[in-house]
Each structure stands twice: as structure tokens, then as C-alpha cells.
Design a protein around this ligand. Structure first.
Ligand code: ATP
Ligand code: MG
Length: 422
């Protein structure tokens, strides 16, 4: 018989015990940070109607054209998609449950997203995002606050080599007018365009500006800039945003080519990038999406949001940041041998856990020596030895496993006090 051997899906990672402590620590930091800014968590399903994503992200975008995991539910022929991002689901849920009835909403979400991209360092087919959405806010105060709050997170995490780019892509109407000028310009330079850009020339010319093809860089550089043709509203909005960022002492560059890959954005867009992660350099991106709620069937509601890639964030933290994994190693490893010692071990283990001590009890039928070896390998701070003698005397041997210190005898109550004080 051939051996069955399964592998995970390409581009989708297991997070092994060795790394999960760091993930949990990051998630903890995020919880605390988001609470500091008054955001509440929303959890939506990982699968939605395919049409929801097409309608919000836009038909002529990388995500919708080539990155979505879409499938037909064989049982009822529904067309479903694994979520490639979180904003669409969040807005869908807010409309469906009428959350805006209670006033503006500050929401956040976290979890896996799915995009069928070419896997490489910092780019996966299942990856995790933490996203923040403020619905019912006109800005630019909320835009500024969102940028400030991301900056604060980088400070919490000890990240220094991150820089901020901002831009305004104007109103939908301004973009329409600009679109025609851009088509005109790139039509004159068609010979320089690559296949992707040629295809997009008439359907979504703004995306050409976002191209990462170095051969296009020059003609993109010389293309007319939307920033020079902003409508009055977007212009004032952008100026005020800049004042607020300046007042907060935040450094930024204005990048007129920053358009972001999703159609729903308008006015403010921003990205945080780093030079430490190679090609996959964007750790966070966002902007305003004032028409999306309406587009998805809700009442017109101004909104702003951003999302960060947690894999990239963790990679950056490994390069230059600080984040202490939550302690998960056992404080005590309980070794037991002899008649009645298993029962006693259970009782003592539970008693210690009542006091919040992390206890790993040996389960199995190894002898004393092997149990001791396991204790050594377990990363536990101490081994607690329960033998028949200890049972009769009521004194248990507590042996330090790391560093210095002598083995000593302790009673049950001493044991609890000992760890309570730690
Ligand atoms: P990129 O230009 O790198 O493809 P994007 O513009 O598609 O990014 P967004 O849709 O704005 O990314 O998502 C926000 C963040 O999510 C990104 O800045 C990045 O940190 C992360 N991210 C996006 N796609 C992936 C992926 N395939 N693997 C890992 N992280 C990702
Ligand atoms: Mg992308």
C-alpha cells in the first residue's frame, strides 16, 4: 500500500506552537490598542456572496480579476467567495444589522483573508489582516486619527523604519474627468505599456499608476497628476489633514501615484511602508470610502478605514521591533511515581491551577528517570516530585530546572505561596 501523505495548500501557512506565542502577544497588543481608541470588534463569516466583493472592490482590479477564491456551493448553486479583504463584509454586516441607526460606528476585525497570488516572502494565499473601519465620520479628523493611531502602534511595537505616504484621489466625479485625461496620455505612450496596462487602459487606467513594472516607471512619473486637479472639497479636506498631521509631528511624503488597489477609495489614501522587508514593503494601507455604504444598499455614509498585514508586521517586528511572547511554558512539571501518587498529583495540580499557576502534569507510564527528562524538555521552571514517601510525609521535592538553586522540600501550602509570590 502506498503511503498517504498530505500537505497544506500552497501559500497557506501553519502557525506552529513555536510561533503562536508571538501571534497571541501581537493580538493582545492589538486588542489593547484598539480599545484605547474606542473601537469595538466585529466578526463576520469568512465566506460571502461573490457579488459583494465584485461590487465593492471593483470588477477591474487585481483582486477580482485574478485573486479570488470563488466557488459554487454545489448544494444550492450559490456563488461564494473566501473573503479577500474585510471592509466589504464589515459594511455588509453594518447595513444588514442597521448598526448605523445607533450613530457612527468605530469597528475593527481581525482574521484570515484569501487571495490567489504567487506565494513568496510576505505574500501568501491565506494571510491575516487586522482592519479598522469608522463609519459615519466625515473627516479629515478621523483620517488624521487613524494615521496617528497606526503611528502609535508602531511605537508600541518598537518599529522605527516605517514611513508614511499619503495622497488624495479626489471625488468619484474628479476621478472620472481625470480618467479621460489619463487614457489620452497613456494612449499616446501605448508602445511603452505592458500587457496588463494595455488591457486596463480603457477599463481602469488609474491602476496603471499603481504598476510595479519598472519599465513603466518613467511614463508613470510624467503622467498628469490627479492631485493637481482635485475638486475643492477634496482639496480642502487634504489640506486640513496635512495640518493635523503636521501638528501631531508626523512625517509623511505625498505620493501622487498612490492610488491603492481597490475601487472603493476616494479622497484620502495612505500607506505605511518599510525598507526592511524587501519587495513586500507595505504593512498597512487605507483611506476614505465615502460611497461604499450607499453602493451596497445602505444610506449614504462617509467612512474611512485601513488594514494591516499581520504576517508582514510580525516579520518586521522580528527585524527591528519588540514583542514578548505571552508566557506559555509551564511553571511546574509534576512527576509522580508509586501507589496513590497519580491521584495526589491530580489534586495538587488542580489546586495550583486554582491559583493561576501553569502546571504540566505528566501523563503516561514512564519511570522516574524518563519523567525527569520530559520535565527538562518541557521548558518548565520547576519539577515537583510526588513519590510514596512524599505522600506520607506531606513534603514534596521541588527541583529548579533552569539556572541555579537547590532542590527543596515544601508542603502543599508552601507550594502555593511559593508560586503565588512569583
Ligand atoms: P500589495 O500591494 O502588497 O499586494 P495590497 O495593496 O494588495 O498589497 P491591501 O489590499 O491594501 O494590500 O491589504 C492591506 C495589507 O494586507 C497590505 O498592506 C499587506 O500588509 C497585507 N497583504 C495584502 N495582500 C497580502 C498577501 N497576499 N499576503 C500577505 N499580506 C498581504
Ligand atoms: Mg495585492
Amino acid at each position: 500500500m502506498g503511503q498517504l501523505k498530505f500537505q497544506g495548500i500552497r501559500g497557506m501557512n501553519d502557525i506552529l506552537p513555536q510561533q503562536s506565542g508571538l501571534w497571541a502577544a501581537l493580538e493582545n497588543q492589538l486588542y489593547q490598542w484598539l480599545a484605547e481608541y474606542g473601537y469595538s470588534e466585529i466578526r463576520t463569516p469568512i465566506v460571502e456572496d461573490t457579488a459583494l466583493f465584485i461590487r465593492s472592490i471593483g470588477e477591474v482590479t487585481d483582486i477580482v480579476e485574478k485573486e479570488m477564491y470563488s466557488f459554487e456551493d454545489r448544494l444550492n448553486q450559490d456563488s461564494l467567495t473566501l473573503r479577500p479583504e474585510g471592509t466589504a463584509s464589515c459594511v455588509r454586516s453594518v447595513i444588514e444589522h442597521n448598526l448605523l441607526y445607533n450613530g457612527p460606528q468605530k469597528l475593527w476585525y481581525q482574521g484570515p483573508m484569501f487571495r490567489h497570488e504567487r506565494p513568496q516572502k510576505g505574500r501568501y494565499r491565506q494571510f491575516h489582516q487586522c482592519g479598522v473601519e469608522a463609519l459615519g465620520y466625515n473627516g479629515p479628523d478621523i483620517d488624521a486619527e487613524m494615521i496617528m493611531m497606526t503611528h502609535r502602534l508602531w511605537q508600541h511595537l518598537g518599529l522605527k523604519q516605517v514611513s508614511l505616504e499619503i495622497n488624495s484621489i479626489g471625488s468619484l466625479e474628479t476621478r472620472q474627468a481625470y480618467r479621460s485625461r489619463l487614457i489620452e496620455y497613456f494612449s499616446e505612450h501605448q508602445d511603452l505599456l505592458d500587457e496588463d496596462s494595455k488591457r486596463r487602459l480603457h477599463s481602469n487606467p488609474l491602476r496603471i499608476l499603481d504598476s510595479k513594472n519598472p519599465e513603466l516607471a518613467q511614463s508613470i512619473e510624467k503622467a498628469p497628476k490627479l492631485l493637481d486637479q482635485l475638486d475643492d472639497y477634496s482639496k480642502t479636506h487634504f489640506e486640513r489633514l496635512r495640518e493635523l498631521l503636521d501638528h501631531a509631528g508626523l512625517n509623511y511624503t505625498i505620493n501622487p501615484r498612490l492610488v491603492r488597489g481597490l475601487d472603493y477609495y476616494n479622497a484620502t489614501v495612505f500607506e505605511w511602508t518599510t525598507t526592511l522587508l524587501g519587495a513586500q514593503s507595505t504593512i498597512c494601507g487605507g483611506g476614505r470610502y465615502d460611497r461604499l455604504v450607499e453602493q451596497l444598499g445602505g444610506k449614504p455614509t462617509p467612512a474611512c478605514g485601513f488594514a494591516m498585514g499581520l504576517e508582514r508586521l510580525l516579520a518586521l517586528i522580528e527585524e527591528e521591533g519588540r514583542l514578548t511572547p505571552l508566557p506559555t511554558e509551564p511553571q511546574v512539571f509534576i512527576i509522580h511515581q508509586g501507589v496513590g501518587t497519580l491521584e495526589a498529583a491530580f489534586t495538587i495540580a488542580e489546586e495550583l491551577r486554582d491559583h493561576g499557576v501553569r502546571v504540566l502534569m505528566y501523563c503516561g507510564d514512564a519511570g522516574f528517570k524518563n519523567q525527569m527528562k520530559r520535565a527538562d524538555h518541557s521548558q518548565a521552571h520547576y519539577a515537583l516530585i510526588i513519590g510514596e514517601n512524599e505522600l506520607t510525609s506531606g513534603q514534596y521535592a521541588l527541583k529548579p530546572l533552569r539556572g541555579q538553586g537547590e532542590q527543596r522540600l515544601v508542603s502543599r501550602s508552601e507550594l502555593i505561596n511559593y508560586f503565588n509570590e512569583k
